[in-house]
Design a protein around this ligand. Structure first.
Ligand SMILES: *Cc1c(COP(=O)(O)O)cnc(C)c1O
Length: 477
């Protein structure tokens, strides 16, 4: 068990050899000076500090340490060369307040990334400003709102399928829209008849993910887009999962008007642990003038930030999004080029391979060809006395990050697996074998499986209390 740094502390040990003897602190009002005895800072040597933090970092799970099949999150290989490029002095020492003429390289990079994303999504204009997928959704919904306001229409409803990512209804609600849920049919797709019932002249937009969060492709997407457009509404595409379709189709071909893309998922920039990310959005021609300011433009001679955009929703973020993420994503698009299509091919192949191998051992509620991810159910294991939660915890003891669990909500005991394209067949087989082993362990002795994890620094936590009453501060004994 790692000791806390406070427990390693020994009075008068020091990690630095600066002395304060010659520093005159008399300019500080004594009421602001602390006594030595009430600073409960750890005292520890430099080498021990380094060992302490190395030991802590070794406790983290990361993509470099093992397989990370977290459905909907696309945890894949992030080429290290991207990091080197993002760390170049000319990028990372550039100040965002610098004049456009000093920042031509950075602006050119952003402009070109926009151009690349236009090709990938089929959209007519892109903004790189949103800092995450959900932020992109917010941006998109603000555009929907402003678009109808400008047209003098007061449309209040946003339709969202019950399989949607939770951020979708949250983003639409933040813009003041009413959320209308539309049920999935037996195939796990949007029920067209249900959709027809809720479409009317109050429909501002529908938010869809395609493939949806079950990993299934909406076969009737063209019919859906026609129905929504005929009702005067817009189509918003949650493109967090472009990994599934790049080079095969795009949101424009499916009839969408707005799309966000998670650069930190499909375009490799590492994520997890809360950031940083980037969620650019693309729009069709008629929504171009609604994008947040400044837009990044090129006049044939120089690149510049344009603050003069007719119906702009305004600024969405200070400065211009997470620039270093944009550098990494741009490098990735250049590195891959046309091979982005192979990314999708292999992501879909890997997911189908795993799904076929595992469906004998776990329930597969929607047994159809999947896209880049698939959703199993731990129902059978639940009946045998274990649960999806226990399976997730048990995986940790075999050096696997657990998949996404209990999402999407429409599948009981959901286990959502996304292998991504960047894993080898051997690694996929290793995971498959472990999942099969766990299913067999549960048949024999569910209690034993329920006792995991055994090898992690923290064992079972009280899921509710850990979130509601986190105990994070060191209290001196
Ligand atoms: C990840 C994800 C989001 C949200 O993206 P963030 O960058 O986490 O805000 C939205 N929709 C889908 C389908 C996602 O997978």
């Amino acid at each position: 068990m790692t000791k806390l740094i406070f427990e390693k502390s020994k009075m008068n040990t020091t990690g630095i050899n600066l002395t304060n003897e010659n520093i005159d602190f008399s300019f500080i009002n004594t009421k602001y000076l602390r006594n030595y005895s009430d600073t409960i800072l750890p005292e520890i040597s430099e080498l021990e500090v380094m060992r302490h933090y190395k030991e802590l970092s070794d406790k983290n799970f990361c993509i470099e340490k093992g397989f990370y099949p977290l459905g909907s999150c696309t945890m894949k290989y992030n080429p290290k060369v991207n990091e080197l490029l993002a760390a170049l002095d000319n990028f990372c020492l550039l100040h965002p307040m610098q004049d456009d003429s000093d920042a031509q390289g950075a602006l050119k990079l952003m402009y070109r990334l926009q151009e690349n994303l236009k090709v990938i999504t089929g959209m007519n204009a892109i903004t790189l400003q949103p800092a995450a997928g959900a932020h992109g959704e917010l941006c998109g919904m603000m555009i929907v709102k402003k678009y109808f306001e400008t047209k003098g229409e007061n449309r209040k409803n946003v339709i969202i399928p019950d399989s949607a990512h939770g951020t979708n209804p949250a983003s639409a609600a933040m813009c003041g829209f009413n959320i209308i849920e539309v049920k999935s049919n037996k195939k796990g797709l949007v029920d067209i008849n249900e959709l027809k019932k809720v479409l009317d002249n109050n429909t501002a937009a529908i938010m869809l993910t395609n493939p949806n969060t079950l990993g299934l492709f909406e076969e009737n997407i063209l019919e859906i887009s026609k129905l929504v457009h005929d009702a005067g509404g817009l189509l918003y595409y949650d493109g967090a999962n472009m990994n599934a379709i790049m080079g095969y189709t795009n949101p424009k071909l499916m009839g969408f008007d707005i799309v966000h893309i998670n650069l930190h998922k499909t375009f490799s920039t590492p994520h997890g642990g809360g950031g940083p990310g980037a969620g650019p959005i693309g729009v069709v021609e008629k929504l171009k003038d609604y994008l947040p300011i400044p837009t990044i433009e090129y006049d044939g001679n120089k690149y510049y930030r344009n603050y003069n955009v007719k119906h702009s929703i305004g600024k969405l973020k200070t400065y211009y999004g997470n620039f270093s993420v944009l550098v990494k994503a741009y490098a990735y698009t250049l590195l891959m080029g046309k091979e982005l299509k192979d990314v999708s091919t292999n992501a879909v192949l890997n997911a189908n391979y795993m799904m076929q191998k595992l469906k004998e051992y776990y329930n597969l509620p929607y047994d159809r060809k999947c896209m880049h991810e698939f959703v199993l159910s731990g129902d059978k294991q639940k009946q045998e006395g274990s649960s999806t939660l226990a399976i997730a915890k048990r995986l940790m003891d075999s050096n696997f990050h657990p998949p996404t669990v209990y999402f999407p909500l429409i599948v009981h005991e959901a286990i959502m697996i996304e292998p991504t394209e960047s894993e080898t067949k051997e690694r996929l087989d290793d995971f498959i074998d472990t999942m099969i082993l766990i299913a067999k362990e549960i048949e024999k002795n569910p209690e034993q499986v329920n006792s995991h994890p055994l090898s992690t620094p923290v064992k079972r936590v009280d899921e509710t209390l850990a979130a509601r009453k986190p105990d994070l501060a060191y209290k001196k004994q």
